[in-house]
Design a protein around this ligand. Structure first.
Ligand SMILES: Nc1ncnc2c1ncn2[C@@H]1O[C@H](COP(=O)(O)OP(=O)(O)OP(=O)(O)O)[C@@H](O)[C@H]1O
Ligand SMILES: [Mg+2]
Length: 233
């Protein structure tokens, strides 16, 4: 059994009289510690996959396993615990608490965890040792996204889920963020899933899924993923 398994996962949204088939039978498997790139056009179903994997949305049908647990069979209370303890989420727009420092933002997230990492250590790992006492407004976009990554990682989750983590950043800064994600996966053995529109990023993934019209149209395994430094787009 793999660390993550999706089996024939479907999602239908009912909007008025219309059924939107956001996921039309998604199957994939991921092993622990892998970096996974999920690529595809707008509306393909990427965020729906990530939100279902992260317990923020529920499937219409299908089987979802994470580390031996059936996520599709969880009740509300179990889903709350799953989101709280097992999932770290990184979004496009950082979502930091503006009146807390970088360190305090990370500490806040670790307060609700069972076995968190040391916030100052994780902030140092993402390259922010000098900035831990700054407020978000005193940090660049790339630095704020590093805080958001540190906040998600410090929970010591099973999965780090990133929905367009470089979507609001320029080329160089976006590349630095992807490098942090690749390094954190390697140093912590963290399973990291990254959604992107950018097909050029595919070589950085241990695994690459391309999504179209609610289906996975290709699943590749890279024996030797490329360092992000060597990728240009
Ligand atoms: N809560 C919702 N209610 C109704 N329809 C939804 C909902 N969430 C997503 N959809 C629809 O499901 C489809 C897949 O959406 P999804 O957000 O997963 O796409 P995406 O690949 O993440 O796109 P983008 O790259 O633009 O973020 C789209 O047609 C979208 O409009
Ligand atoms: Mg999306």
């Amino acid at each position: 059994m793999s660390y993550i398994e999706f089996e024939n996962v479907t999602k239908v949204y009912h909007v008025g009289e219309v059924d939107i088939h956001a996921l039309a039978g998604v199957d994939f498997a991921v092993e622990k510690g892998e970096v996974v790139i999920v690529a595809g056009a707008s509306g393909a179903g990427k965020s729906t996959i990530l939100n279902i994997l992260g317990g923020m949305d529920t499937p219409t049908a299908g089987r979802i396993v994470v580390d031996g647990a059936r996520v599709d069979q969880m009740n509300e209370k179990q889903l709350t615990d799953y989101r709280r303890y097992d999932i770290g989420f990184v979004f496009q727009f950082y979502n930091l608490v503006q009146n807390l420092t970088a360190l305090e933002n990370v500490e806040l997230a670790t307060e609700i965890c069972r076995d968190p990492l040391v916030p100052s250590k994780v902030l140092a790992d993402v390259g922010l040792q000098e900035r831990i006492n700054n407020f978000p407004s005193q940090l660049s976009g790339g630095e704020q996204q590093r805080v958001a990554i540190a906040r998600a990682l410090a929970k010591n989750p099973k999965l780090l889920l990133c929905d367009e983590p470089t979507g609001a950043l320029d080329y160089v800064t976006g590349k630095q963020i992807l490098k942090v994600l690749q390094e954190m996966s390697r140093s912590y053995g963290m399973t990291v899933i990254i959604i992107t529109h950018n097909l050029a990023l595919c070589p950085m993934g241990d695994r690459v899924f391309r999504v179209k019209s609610g289906k996975i149209i290709s699943a590749e395994y890279n024996e030797h993923p490329t360092d992000i430094d060597e990728i240009e787009w």
